[in-house]
Design a protein around this ligand. Structure first.
Ligand code: GLY
Length: 312
């Protein structure tokens, strides 16, 4: 099997000033994951590496650059799933670690549990050797401004940069298939600007933010968390593929149905067990990139696909 990796950098009303940073960061993340796959590494390690790359990058709402809750704090969430045996690991309400996705991966490999939150996630992470970061060091100027705008205008107000505050609903994710045909998915987020303290969204909830099954395919979602989790979007897409839809048709149907039923936007990236790609979003923009057969494809606007040769 030729390895494939696809990433997304979050769906939303992304202002033009953020487009280049999102596109560059999405390509960089796909390359980070692909380097692992090309050396024969596992899909799980590849999706973690891709998400780690975006968690370090201030252009994404995950890790450094996560949006802030009503108290001005970062509260992050992440999940990872292995399609071979349906093993999962997830964390929520994580405050002071740069890479929640790596802690989620450790939950998958080293914990009898699936989802750890808040103080428990911190105790687990410290026990596994993860280092905390200095309080406040995950807060970017952009995230601060997004919260200020939210507090001025409310969820549906317009920010000074002209985008809806809903723009800061974003998430990052990656789906990969390795040379052994193993599928893995990872998703990580800071949630939404101005969320209530202790709010938990779709990202750490298996079946909503993340799903992987070697027998069918894998999905990572992004967008309005409360809607995505009511609609179990990731699992919904996988089930549509199991019932015969190709990856792109299944992704489009689930995201469009969710939006028309719940009147909120979302996006998803999908990979079928045969290596077919699905990309769809009902938001204004969603950055994505994938590497398949020595080419990197990427885009952020509807109908847009850039393509370049990619050799290691
Ligand atoms: N999908 C990100 C969130 O709403 O938390």
């Amino acid at each position: 099997m030729n390895p494939i990796i696809i990433v997304h950098g979050g769906a939303g009303d992304i202002p033009t000033s953020r487009v280049k940073g999102k596109l560059d960061g999405s390509k960089k993340a796909a390359i980070a994951g692909h380097e692992i796959l090309a050396k024969g590494g596992s899909a799980l390690d590849a999706v973690e590496a891709a998400v780690v790359s975006m968690e370090k990058d201030e252009y994404f709402n995950a890790g450094y650059g996560s949006v802030l809750n009503l108290r001005g704090e970062v509260e992050m969430e992440a999940s990872i799933m292995c399609g071979k045996n349906l093993d999962v690991g997830a964390v929520t309400l994580v405050k002071d670690f740069l890479h929640p996705i790596s802690i989620a991966h450790k939950v998958l490999t080293d914990s009898p549990h699936s989802l750890l939150g808040g103080e428990g996630a911190k105790i687990f992470a410290l026990d596994k050797g993860f280092n905390t970061v200095y309080p406040g060091s995950l807060i970017s100027p952009h995230a601060k401004k997004a919260l200020d705008d939210f507090l001025k205008h409310g969820e549906f107000g317009r920010t000074e940069i002209g985008a809806l505050n809903k723009a800061d609903v974003g998430t990052v994710g990656a789906v990969a298939i390795d040379i052994n045909g193993q599928i893995a998915v990872a998703t990580s987020t800071g949630g939404m600007s101005g969320k209530a303290v202790g709010r938990i969204g779709d990202t750490p909830q298996i079946g909503s933010g993340t799903y992987a099954d070697n027998l069918i395919g894998g999905v990572s979602t992004t967008g309005h968390g409360e809607s995505i989790l009511k609609y179990c979007v990731a699992h919904n897409i996988v089930k549509l593929m199991e019932n015969g839809l190709d990856a792109n048709t299944a992704t489009k149907k689930a995201i469009d149905d969710m939006t028309s039923r719940l009147n909120n936007t979302a996006g998803a990236i999908t990979l079928s067990k045969n290596g077919d790609i699905g990309i769809h979003y009902t938001s204004q923009r969603m950055s994505w990139a994938y590497i398949k057969d020595k080419k990197i494809y990427y885009g952020i606007n509807h109908g847009e696909v850039f393509e370049e040769q990619h050799e290691l």
